[in-house]
Design a protein around this ligand. Structure first.
Ligand SMILES: Nc1ncnc2c1ncn2[C@@H]1O[C@H](COP(=O)(O)OP(=O)(O)O)[C@@H](O)[C@H]1O
Ligand SMILES: [Mg+2]
Length: 274
């Protein structure tokens, strides 16, 4: 299973849109995909058509230890499952403050789930903060994918984000790597977006080869600004179900195929060795 945390401490950069549509696209390509909604705003859950009412368990009950993930996850489409969230999740930061090992709760819960059920991908939609929920996602993930809106302050927040991944790599999860950066809400008509993509490439090429982001790629499929992507969540549908032929669908399917292609290149050395 590939485990991917979609993370950026800024809000409104395209984390949820990327998490949901990447997961939905991978499922359309036949992969078994689980989405974990780790944001108390529950936007990923709503985007996938799930609004939690009453006593239905959410991912919050996994953090409190009340409920295993096998009772929380639900089927939201062919090959596509969701661990839904609701506003209760906002309490975890305070409630877990004194809990030893609180950074590893999600990882342990996921390990218990995948001992029983097979998934090809776990995609985690992180909240816009470096909270205990984000740290749980990073402790559980092998890969970080960073959605970035290319405007002129975009690179500023990035170094903070990279430092956090480096810290988690050292302390909690040696396997963690930043695998890629997705340029979201890309304006094809402006020079600025292209300049920022170039600056970012230069920054990555100069980085310390030991750093967890040294092999990060800037995905070639840039996600253009497309109104259909903003409309789809209110219909509770992924872009592929809402508007399969729009530019947003094409951009996200291209991204899915790049993510799938990384799988092939990663496996190659193993196949040779075997
Ligand atoms: N490529 C895009 N084109 C147009 N609107 C987009 C695009 N990507 C995201 N949006 C919209 O921008 C807003 C913020 O995106 P979202 O994915 O929710 O960001 P985050 O999860 O980082 O806060 C949402 O209303 C979303 O529908
Ligand atoms: Mg979000």
């Amino acid at each position: 299973m590939r485990t991917i945390a979609v993370m950026n401490q800024k809000g409104g950069v395209g984390k949820t849109t990327t998490s949901v549509n990447l997961a939905a696209g991978l499922a359309k390509r036949g992969k078994r995909v689980l989405v974990a909604d780790l944001d108390p705003q529950a936007h990923a859950s709503l985007h996938l058509g799930i609004e939690i009412a009453g006593d239905t368990p959410t991912i919050y009950q996994a953090f409190t230890g009340e409920c295993p993930l096998s009772r929380i996850r639900r089927l939201v489409g062919p090959h596509l499952w969701l661990l839904p969230a609701n506003i209760d999740l906002a309490a975890t930061e305070l409630e877990l403050a004194d809990t030893p090992g609180r950074e590893l709760i999600l990882r342990e819960a996921v390990n218990a789930l995948v001992a029983e059920e097979h998934y090809d991908y776990l995609i985690m939609d992180c909240p816009p903060s470096l909270s205990v929920l984000t740290i749980n996602a990073l402790s559980c993930a092998d890969e970080v994918v960073i959605p970035l809106q290319p405007h002129f302050l975009a690179l500023h927040g990035l170094s903070k984000l990279f430092e956090t991944t480096a810290l988690v790599t050292r302390r909690l999860n040696r396997k963690l790597k930043v695998s890629g950066i997705v340029l979201c809400m890309y304006e094809t008509s402006t020079r600025l977006a292209a300049d920022i993509a170039d600056d970012l490439q230069a920054f990555l090429s100069q980085s310390d080869p030991e750093a967890p982001w040294s092999k990060a790629k800037i995905f070639e499929n840039r996600i253009r600004r497309n109104i259909k992507l903003a409309e789809a969540p209110s219909h509770g549908l992924s872009i592929f179900d809402y508007s399969p032929k729009c530019p947003g669908s094409m951009d996200y399917m291209g991204l899915c195929d790049e993510v799938l292609a990384m799988e092939a290149t990663e496996r190659m050395p193993l196949a040779k060795a075997g």
